[in-house]
Design a binder for this molecule. Sequence first.
Ligand code: UT7
Length: 326
Amino acid sequence: MLRSRIVGTGSYLPERVLTNKDLELTLDTSDEWIVSRTGIRQRHIAGDGEFTSDLATVAARRALEMAELEPTDIDLILVATVTGDFSWPATACLVQSQLGAHGAFAFDLSAACSGFVYGLATADSYLRSGNARRILVIGAEIFSRIVDWTDRTTCILFGDGAGAVVLEAHEGDRGILSSHLHTDGSQWGLLFQLGSGSRNPSCGQEGKNCLPHIHMQGNEVFKVAVRAMCEAAEEALIANAVDVGQLAYLIPHQANRRILEATAKRLGLPPDKLVMNVDRVGNTSGASIPLALDELNRCGGLSPNDLVLFDAFGGGFAWGSVLLRW
Ligand code: UT7
């Protein structure tokens, strides 16, 4: 059976680190509050001359290097992002140019924090249908440019970064086993970006912040996130007749330590199988899963045939899971 196998991973974090202590200097917040409510201790912030395509390109190069492939070997570049360089063209087009991946077609995918899981599922369809042989799936975000740095309820959460995987079609049992994607568009108003797009709701009203910024009803998002991530994870386990005890790792979207621990607990997953780096990188939206995956892979944490479950939830609401045999 033809399956989509990850043959290389890569990631990139900007050099500048912003700690909770740094935030205490400009906001009415504390390291103690942020750590206890979110588990986040620090996040990386892109430099003035760095753009989302730059972060994505470095992560992609590292993934290609691991896969021992050239950019020209790639058929499709798919960038999951909601903070691209421009509204259009797609950031994936800029990445194609920077990499010199001349033969690849390229497009962006907008599914916020679930972007990477949606990207894996999309790439899997291209590979299994024979419409592509090798695909770069990249999650890349610069949320620091769209957060309102005076809003302590949102700005403490997010960070910048990129992660990438090279997927290749192979015969056999290893690779993506299933994907389950879901959307509930009726909830879009609980988590979205104001001040951008054709609706541009905040501009033109006196006294309103016209710059793009995040609107979020955090506690409402929290409640739905845990339930939805558990349901998507269970769907994957049932569809593949896999018991939670057989998982080598759950790599969830790194939103908040409390969300991740609550999800793992409800699933009955032992804590050592939950992959978490939110303390060091914050919530990097579409980049968070491939960043955590690359860290785990590069420190030798993965063995052939390990069952790895990716699970995400975010704005839209959009959520889903992908189960993979490494
Ligand atoms: O990728 C998906 C994207 N979104 C998420 O993952 C967000 C999910 N939600 C969350 O992570 C949590 O809801 C937050 C971390 C955002 C907030 O935690 P919470 O426990 O839900 O707090 P809350 O919003 O109910 O606020 C509790 C209190 C409020 O004060 P009052 O009204 O009780 O006096 C807030 O004003 O905490 C206050 N507060 C803060 N205090 C210090 C909110 N933000 C801060 C802050 N520092 N940064």
